[in-house]
Design a protein around this ligand. Structure first.
Ligand code: AP5
Length: 208
């Protein structure tokens, strides 16, 4: 199964993707995670991407498309994949479809997780990630991960001003993909403004 997760920053794409990995045993391919790893290792890609990410702007299409073509050609992606944060522009969606034709496959379903902007600003301001195990949680857990004891940290782009810019970038550049996948008759809208387990029930139903 090849799945695209659409949705504004903080809609819960990463949270649902982790459950999909456990349920379907296919890789979670997050452009945000790949780019953050590149930034952390100061690779040429990371040095190029950092200025865009810190400002809440999109990394240029040619950079992201090249990176994702390489990732999708890796052996683990042949059994299916969950794309989180890609595509994010119409140019990326078209390039993805073309790359998948070369690989003799296609996107099966695009889930659009919908959440109101003000709920998102609140969620992202309190999001924390465990440095050690990568678990996503909220500030209410404190400074230490209750699962592995690692340090809980806030993402550099989760301050309110940058979150608001990310939301505006989403509305202008990524929301048009909802119509793109509607046109392909593979879009399934999911109400993401409910408890995680309820959202998960709808995600599973959409894939059944
Ligand atoms: P990226 O890492 O993709 O970030 P994003 O799309 O902004 O999404 P997030 O990871 O912030 O949110 P999410 O939807 O995964 O939510 P989560 O599950 O964590 O991109 C970062 C940057 O990289 C971009 O700004 C851009 O610069 C660059 N980039 C990435 N891809 C690119 C591309 N294709 N092209 C160009 N540039 C690109 O949940 C958020 C919080 O809410 C958590 O605290 C979670 O616990 C909580 N939560 C989740 N679900 C629920 C629920 N149902 N109820 C209550 N709380 C919930």
């Amino acid at each position: 199964m090849n799945i695209v997760l659409l949705g504004a920053p903080g809609a819960g794409k990463g949270t649902q993707a982790k459950r999909l990995v456990e349920a379907y045993h296919i890789p979670h391919i997050s452009t945000g995670d790949i780019l953050r790893a590149a930034v952390a290792s100061s690779t040429p890609l990371g040095l190029e991407a950092k200025k865009y990410m810190d400002a809440g702007e999109l990394v240029p299409d040619e950079v992201v498309i090249g990176m994702m073509k390489e990732r999708l050609a890796e052996p683990d992606a042949t059994k299916g994949f969950i794309l989180d944060g890609f595509p994010r522009t119409t140019a990326q969606a078209v390039a993805l479809d073309e790359a998948l034709v070369q690989l003799n496959t296609k996107i099966d379903v695009a889930l659009s997780i919908d959440v109101d902007s003000e709920v998102i600003v609140e969620r992202l301001s309190s999001r924390r990630t465990c440095e050690a195990c990568g678990r996503i949680t909220t500030a209410s857990e404190g400074e230490i991960c209750s699962v592995c004891g690692g340090k809980l940290v806030q993402r550099a782009d989760d301050n309110e001003a940058t979150v608001r810019n990310r939301l505006s970038v989403y509305a202008n550049q990524t929301a048009p993909l909802i119509d793109y996948y509607k046109g392909q008759r593979i879009l399934v809208p999911i109400d993401g403004d409910r408890p995680v387990n309820e959202v998960w029930t709808d995600v599973k139903a959409a894939l059944a």
